[in-house]
Design a protein around this ligand. Structure first.
Ligand SMILES: [Zn+2]
Ligand SMILES: [Zn+2]
Length: 167
């Protein structure tokens, strides 16, 4: 079950407000699927901070996800957490009291700046997907000292010993 609308946040009152205003949002116990990976029990705390001509979103997210151990191939649930920061500009600048023609505002190419939709809602789905997915190790382990599988007899050495002489 996806709850995409839970990832949509209305930022229009923050855009109409003052520099330094903060909107705190907590997203609790939702699920998200991406790149063949499902994240459950997502908990995200976000501070949206109004700066001069944009809004900075800064926060943390944790979730549970199933991984296949790269050593013993057991499936286990891992807790993943990530921090993120993203910048959003309004759909039109007049909501912030600026001329809409200031569009050539100094973009910093290093930061990914997103434009809000017509109603000045932010959709956090891809931000969350990317920050969670980037935290999954390319060679995940079920536990720190997983003993793996014996390449001779294929026994899972976390559960049983074998008599093979591993080189
Ligand atoms: Zn393992
Ligand atoms: Zn063995």
């Amino acid at each position: 079950m996806q709850n995409k609308n839970k990832f949509h946040v209305n930022l229009s009152s923050l855009l109409r407000g003052n520099i330094g205003d903060i909107k705190k949002v907590t997203i609790n116990d939702v699920e998200l699927s991406t790149h063949n990976q499902t994240f459950n029990n997502i908990i995200a705390n976000i501070n949206f901070i109004r700066i001069d001509k944009s809004i900075i979103a800064r926060g943390e997210i944790t979730a549970k996800t199933k991984i296949i151990c790269s050593r013993c191939t057991d499936e286990t649930v891992q807790i993943i957490s990530s921090n993120y920061e993203e910048e959003y500009i309004p759909h039109k600048y007049d909501i912030m009291g600026f001329d809409n023609l200031i569009d050539n505002y100094d973009y910093n190419d290093d930061i990914d700046i997103q434009r809000l939709d017509k109603r000045n809602f932010v959709d956090l789905t891809s931000l969350f997907e990317n920050s969670l997915y980037s935290e999954i190790s390319i060679a995940p382990k079920c536990k720190e000292h997983c003993k793996g599988i014996c390449i001779n007899c294929m026994k899972n050495l976390n559960y049983e010993k074998c008599l093979c002489k591993t080189p």
